[in-house]
Design a protein around this ligand. Structure first.
Ligand SMILES: [Zn+2]
Length: 134
């Protein structure tokens, strides 16, 4: 036995301890989910976006809106000219995370803070958004 960079003991045959390995896998899965969302958002592929969510997802466009209809909520991007989307994960605890999207439209730039929870199947079952433009 020797030590992982986090201080936990680990088996010599592994690069890291099980906690670090699980955290790495979770981080990669979340980045894959976010990259898929970003790509389909830019391509305006509503079907692919909807497939990233549970059918009964608790989704709130704003902290004050009612639980929305995913397909309707996302359909508004069809009318938008989006030049670029960047995201940054601000904090994460397993499959629950807070991410900041910076969305560059033709004539303005907006920031969306999203609190997101993914289930074990990597589908989003909770999303609440805070959105503002410059
Ligand atoms: Zn470790």
């Amino acid at each position: 036995m020797n030590k992982c960079t986090c201080g936990n003991f680990k088996d010599n045959k592994y690069l890291m301890c099980l906690d670090c390995y699980n955290s790495k896998v979770e981080s990669e899965n979340i980045n894959n989910w976010l990259n898929s969302l970003k790509e389909n958002w830019l391509n305006k592929n509503i079907n692919n976006i909807v497939s990233l969510f549970c059918v009964d997802c608790d989704c709130y466009d704003t902290p004050f809106s009612k639980n929305g209809n995913l397909r309707e909520d996302w359909s508004e991007i069809k009318e938008q000219t989006i030049l670029d989307i960047q995201y940054k994960i601000l904090m994460r605890n397993k499959y629950e995370f807070i991410v900041e999207f910076t969305i560059q439209y033709e004539n303005e730039i907006c920031s969306a803070i999203n609190h997101i929870k993914l289930n074990e199947a990597l589908k989003c079952f909770y999303l609440k958004q805070w959105y503002m433009c410059k």
